[in-house]
Design a protein. Structure first.
Length: 83
């Protein structure tokens, strides 16, 4: 199970994504849960994105999640990132 907690202008929003072992537990699952949560929050988001993840480099802190953060800024969805 993947969980996301977001602090928005509307308050705290929590998301839980249940996986019945149909997806590998790797960076693709992490990126997918971040993107799904951002889609749910698109009306409540500001211009700054703060991301806090656990220390698992295999799934969370790797080139794919860093590339996602770069893409979100490069496409002008967010103006800054702090990971």
């Amino acid at each position: 199970m993947e969980g996301i907690m977001a602090y928005t202008s509307q308050g705290i929003r929590e998301f839980a994504y249940v996986d019945m072992s149909q997806f590998p537990h790797d960076s693709n699952l992490c990126v997918e849960t971040i993107l799904r949560s951002l889609m749910h929050l698109k009306q409540e988001l500001g211009r700054k994105l703060f991301v806090q993840m656990d220390n698992c480099a295999r799934e969370n802190k790797n080139k794919y999640t860093c590339a996602l953060a770069h893409l979100l800024i490069h496409t002008d969805i967010f103006e800054e990132k702090f990971v």
